[in-house]
Design a protein. Structure first.
Length: 149
């Protein structure tokens, strides 16, 4: 029997192709999600205490960090055998899925628009979308540098 980690790697375009599920993987994803969610809460609370609540620093911080880490994780997982599918799901879907938050990002931007802060909302949208995209690219670049691949 071939271990799931020893199976051929799926292409980046089809990250779930050839994956088998199972209760163990599900529980690892749940555990990762719980840890990521807890960390998101701590970062958001810490950012609000440090910088105030005039700008959603905590959400921006977790989304930028999550995109950077996702880029590094996925490059490493899909180009080496060092991260198997179960760990990739636990870290990517679980931990990083719990850490990052599109729903909070959306609500914060919506609240800015509703309060008439259109320029602030546009800036927040731009910084988040462009910043997260660049953070993901930096994560891939960093993983390539570390792995030499």
């Amino acid at each position: 029997m071939v271990r799931p980690e020893a199976r051929a790697r799926p292409s980046p375009a089809a990250p779930h192709a050839g994956m088998t599920g199972g209760m163990e993987r599900f529980l690892w994803v749940c555990l990762g999600g719980a840890v990521g969610t807890g960390l998101r809460y701590l970062v958001s609370e810490g950012a609000q205490r440090a910088f105030g609540n005039a700008w959603p620093w905590g959400t921006l911080a977790v989304n930028l960090a999550g995109c950077l880490l996702m880029g590094a994780l996925m490059h490493t997982a899909l180009s080496t055998a060092s991260i198997g599918p179960t760990l990739r799901f636990a870290l990517g879907t679980g931990f990083l899925g719990g850490l990052t938050t599109y729903s909070a990002f959306d609500w914060e931007a919506t609240a800015m628009v509703r309060s008439g802060a259109h320029a602030r909302a546009a800036l927040y949208l731009g910084v988040t979308v462009v910043g997260c995209f660049l953070a993901g690219l930096i994560g891939v670049w960093a993983a390539r540098r570390v792995l030499g691949a």
